[in-house]
Design a protein around this ligand. Sequence first.
Ligand code: SF4
Ligand code: SF4
Length: 233
Amino acid sequence: MNHIQPTNILQEIYRLYDGYIASFAPGAIACRKHCADCCTSNVTMTRMEGLLIRESMGREQMTARLPDISSSVFPRYRPGLSTNGYVLACKSGGDGDSESFAEEEYPEGEPPACPFLEQNLCSIYPVRPFGCRCMLSTRPCAQTGCADIDELTLTVSTVFLQFIEHIDQDGFFGNMTDVLHALSADQTNAFRAHGVIANHPIPALMVPPEHRARMQDIVFSLNRLLTGQPPAP
Ligand code: SF4
Ligand code: SF4
């Protein structure tokens, strides 16, 4: 890991992903301003992504909003595995490190809207988590009830998720609301009481053989960011 502020590396990773999005042909993605069916209470993120949001909002404002945020988004999805935790579980035949796993909670029915959605716009758009950035549907979700994401984009996004977790490997992962609460706990290991789970370094990249050639430049650029080198021109 390099000496650059981790939240700066995170922002560089977001910029790199913006570059990937810019490579789409016009009209390939249906996502538009005010289209917000995907903005629900089920968004997940890492501690580092929460720190960036808190940096942007200011600690006091975040603390003041937390009670409202949590009461408005319950029940909410709580993951049982982080992205790298999932890879670890696959590599170990499903057993893995039991300390890193939790019971997944997936409430039935329509989830409430994301607490940061205001008049169908994201109120924290520049610092929104990666889980929001990678919702890139080829058709409006309202037509089918879910996002339709192409296979290569799924691979690219998964690898980005793996690196985002890797730069925060001593941090934690969970539902956005739970991560923001855990951040406010300010005690060693207090996060475990907030329904979040431990992050992991990358055990192996989740790149299927058919995408390996296309992923080479992206993985190279992500590695450059981790070692403190500027992105290749
Ligand atoms: S993912 Fe779906 S709901 Fe979200 S902006 Fe894109 S098309 Fe709209
Ligand atoms: S953080 Fe913003 S983009 Fe993400 S779900 Fe909430 S309102 Fe939507």
